[in-house]
Design a protein around this ligand. Structure first.
Ligand SMILES: C[S@@+](CC[C@H](N)C(=O)[O-])C[C@H]1O[C@@H](n2cnc3c(N)ncnc32)[C@H](O)[C@@H]1O
Length: 310
């Protein structure tokens, strides 16, 4: 579960673990729950979160962290932030709770067709260029990666764009790898069911083709059609892992609105890994408020947030 992070955790946690607490749920006490996250506790948690997930939490995020962790304290029945931290240090906490804590602190905001110009670029420039390079009479599979896919709206948007393109050309097919650190976000993504208001950015023609309207219990929701769901492989992956378990080179990586939460060194290290996983001539899309670090010289900038491996 920790993907080789045990050595880092050992540096963090002092040895005085919860001790006789065991199932700390039984000790939950509402009065004790009114405790506040102290500056020292904030520093401990934010260092842990940074080292495990790369996410930096400046002091202005203290109230946010207090609120999000509080829900986890309640869930496991810890009576203070210190006890919760110690529980995370225990083998049981690392096995059962660390991923819940990361779920609680990660920001999963996403949308269908978020930053829509990227998808226009993709269908009008990038996909025809990749197809043009590949033409040799054999079918070519375009491999994409939605890195930091959250609840699935980005990879399913990619799937709609790719399905439209592949309908035009019989010699081309596609597959999408979609990864995130958040198990809760991935569970929603695999389910592929969204409230009606969340599908509003999807053009009507694509909605009619690729989203199924729910009825009965599912009225007010749409589900992504099986034809697209089959094309997306959702997996848990932590960008802080030394090595990514991805075999074949990727033609296109979307990593948008993720690195804003990382410091510059973590961003540069992540971009180096992306570079290694990109096929020659492959494309990297980043978010509009983000910039490329560490591999700038090795990538051709074809639009402010779109880069091609030289
Ligand atoms: C704001 S969402 C962006 C979703 C989507 N890319 C978009 O632009 O709409 C950021 C995602 O990055 C994920 N994330 C944060 N740290 C991560 C890490 N260390 N490894 C993998 N994913 C991470 C979060 O769980 C979250 O789902």
């Amino acid at each position: 579960m920790l993907h080789g992070k045990m050595f880092i955790l050992r540096d963090f946690f002092e040895k005085k673990v919860v001790g006789d607490v065991g199932r700390i749920g039984s000790r939950y006490d509402d009065a004790a729950f009114r405790c506040q996250l102290s500056d020292g506790e904030f520093a401990r948690f934010s260092r842990l979160i940074h080292d495990v997930a790369g996410i930096k939490l400046p002091p202005v995020k203290k109230t946010m962290l207090d609120g999000r962790l509080r829900k986890r304290l309640r869930a496991v029945g810890a009576v203070s932030f210190a006890e919760y931290f110690d529980y995370l240090a225990s083998p049981e906490g690392q096995e059962l709770e660390l991923h819940n804590m990361l779920d609680a602190v990660s920001t999963n905001k996403t949308d269908f067709f978020r930053e829509p110009k990227h998808f226009q670029w993709l269908s009008e420039r990038v996909l025809p260029e990749i197809r043009g390079r590949a033409r040799n009479g054999r079918q070519r599979r375009i491999r994409l990666w939605s890195a930091g896919c959250s609840t699935g709206k980005e990879p399913y948007t990619l799937a709609m764009v790719l399905a439209e393109f592949c309908d035009l050309y019989q010699d081309i097919d596609y597959s999408i790898l979609a990864t995130d650190i958040s198990t809760a976000a991935l569970a929603k993504a695999r389910l592929a069911i969204y409230e009606d208001y969340k599908i509003e950015p999807v053009p009507v023609a694509l909605r009619n083709k690729y989203l199924l309207r729910g009825d009965g219990d599912r009225q007010g929701y749409h589900r992504v059609a099986p034809r697209l769901r089959r094309k997306v492989d959702f997996r848990r992956l932590n960008f802080m892992d030394a090595v990514f378990d991805i075999d074949a080179p990727l033609d296109i990586i979307f990593c948008r609105n993720v690195i804003i939460y990382f410091d510059k060194q973590t961003q540069a290290e992540l971009f180096k890994k992306f570079y290694r996983h990109l096929a020659p001539g492959g494309y990297l899309f980043i978010g509009h408020s983000e910039s490329l670090l560490g591999i700038d010289g090795k990538m051709r900038r074809i639009a402010p947030t779109i880069f091609q491996k030289k």
